[in-house]
Design a protein around this ligand. Sequence first.
Ligand SMILES: [Zn+2]
Length: 428
Amino acid sequence: MGSSDLRLGEEAMRGEEPFRWWHAVVLTVAMLGFLTPAVIDGIGGVALDGITLACLFPGVGLLAFLWTWLTALPGILALRRRSRQHWSETARRLHPHRSGTAVVIAMFPGVLMLLACLAFQAKPAVLIGIGVTGAAGCVLGSIPIGLAMGLRQRVPVGYWLRILLTQPAVFYGAILVLMPGALGWSAWGLLLIVVVRVVLLNVWGAGGSVHTVRPLQVTPELEATAERLARDSGIRLRRVVLADAESAGAYAFPFTKEILVTRGLIELLGPSELEAVLAHEMDHLRESRWMTLARVVSANSFLPLLLVRPLMAELGPIVIGPLTLWWALVPRLISRWVLRHEAKADHRAASVDPVAYGRALLRLHESNLIPAVLTENLTHPNLYDRLVSCGVTPDFPRPAAAAIQSPFGVLTSAALGGLGVAVALWAR
Ligand SMILES: [Zn+2]
């Protein structure tokens, strides 16, 4: 996601996200086009009669709903205690379960598809049906945590629909299911579809996402501040977009030289704080194309795993080693580079007004319930260290580090990996 900032990408997704119907229509057409060959292929490797199917799909949906709800439950309980503890403690307790819910939404439908692949050798149409039903269950199961976070659901239908349509698990699950057991033209063709999706969502999408939000009229003060900052630091800024979103966030798109801020951010911050945040984002516009590419590669380091089946057929199970290593190591290697850029952008923002910038960071983390310290943070330095390096002393003691993932999240991703290997080894 370009250089979505301050770890707010996820939060912005969860907020009251502006939604454009044409976006849904394009995605639906693309999804249908992609699914048609699988549907034409017919239903069922084993004969699944009507009654079995009638029980299977609701059962899958219910299982996905319960799994997601249980994953989110400790986070919901942490939010209930919100008024009785410091925000950083609520954020620390909430964080792993919120990440867990995101992982489950992204991966659990894939787990269900792979399970069905092993259990019934079901054909693509049934598997994709299971994926879509599972995805719907997961999305519904995540509603309670959204409500507990106090998100006003003004456009819930559009928001949920978009999550369903951009569901990575169903897309990548379908690719895995359709991936042949040999490195032929169809394997490369499927990989090409994946690359096109990644380019659309990450490279064009980073700038393109600017065009999918409901823009508001940019205030003259905001425009003037941004232009002045760009001029002072010799940066080419094409435009600032003000998005009609409740959650507070600021994003830089180095590829298209745009900066996006949300209505929530404008409402949360005072003028000097907003200026410091803009200065931080502006510094990201200096990033090279290589940096943008590195961010995309890092976010998609799991993609080579999609070729596990044909590669294993060609080279044997040994390929699992390098593929898994790539997936695990590449984001960590790239993160050193990303964190250096972050520190530089922080330095630039603090040079405008260190106290205002520190206050802005604090307000953003508090408003979005992002922990002040994480056990591992691949995208940004920890809030506590950022404040200290700005020369701002936080008004609370350094909290214990928040875990990055919940047991449910770890279990779900491990199940996806294990079942993926099992399907590559034994199925079909
Ligand atoms: Zn940044």
